[in-house]
Design a binder for this molecule. Structure first.
Ligand SMILES: Cc1cc2nc3c(=O)[nH]c(=O)nc-3n(C[C@H](O)[C@H](O)[C@H](O)COP(=O)(O)O)c2cc1C
Length: 203
């Protein structure tokens, strides 16, 4: 049983109001405190994980790594956007580079890979729980986040930059994090199906 009861209403409010965010405040004016980041990591590592495998690894990018990842991101994005007209590559590349560099904090999440397919599946689930815990703690501290599974997490250049091998550690997400305006909400309101539509009760 939990030692400090959390108000049911405030917990549900946090869970329901957490959103995926794409726009962040300028990190020079609104920096992320290292304690705030530690709180997110603390929340993450207390996620449930079967057999206590603790399969998550977090790679916290400093400016140097972020700039290198920005090049990988920009190359992938520009290639995708200019498939039909490669002559526009450079302008898309530059734009994407700036966009990535403006992300206040980039964190890559890896899953330690084991041979057993069942454990591997459970480990992915545990990592997802960890990311959700991280996201909720970020939101609680006025930070927004996007969990991205975009091309940089499958790019061999990213693995090289992190000095890891995909056979041993598989990247499962790039977390883009930053301070946000209070009550920041996406342009398209989030939707969920009502409980009745997704729940089947049995006697
Ligand atoms: C496994 C996973 C992968 C995701 N990958 C992406 C992604 O690559 N790009 C993106 O914009 N959002 C990504 N998202 C965020 C979802 O699009 C987002 O959760 C969904 O739109 C619902 O919005 P909400 O998080 O605000 O409730 C991902 C979410 C999950 C759980």
């Amino acid at each position: 049983m939990q030692s400090t009861p959390i108000n049911t209403h405030s917990l549900l409010k946090l869970i329901k109001e957490r959103r995926t965010c794409y726009q962040f405040l300028d990190s020079k004016i609104h920096p992320i405190d290292s304690i705030e980041l530690q709180n997110c990591l603390q929340a993450a590592i207390w996620a449930p994980n079967h057999k206590l495998t603790q399969p998550w690894r977090f790679y916290i990018a400093g400016e140097n790594l972020k700039n290198q990842l920005a090049e990988v991101y920009a190359d992938n994005r520009a290639k995708k956007k200019t498939q039909s007209d490669p002559s526009c590559y450079q302008s898309f590349y530059e734009k994407a580079l700036q966009k990535f560099r403006a992300i206040p904090q980039v964190i890559l999440v890896g899953q330690v890979i084991v041979e057993d397919p069942i454990v591997r599946q459970e480990d992915y689930a545990a990592c997802a729980c960890a990311i959700q815990n991280f996201h909720l703690m970020a939101w609680q501290q006025n930070m927004g986040m996007q969990w991205s599974t975009g091309p940089i997490i499958n790019d061999s250049r990213t693995y090289k930059l992190l000095n890891i091998e995909p056979e041993n550690i598989q990247l499962i997400g790039a977390l883009y994090l930053g301070k946000i305006e209070e009550n920041c909400q996406p342009k398209i309101p989030p939707k969920r199906k009502p409980i009745e539509e997704v729940t089947i009760y049995f006697e």
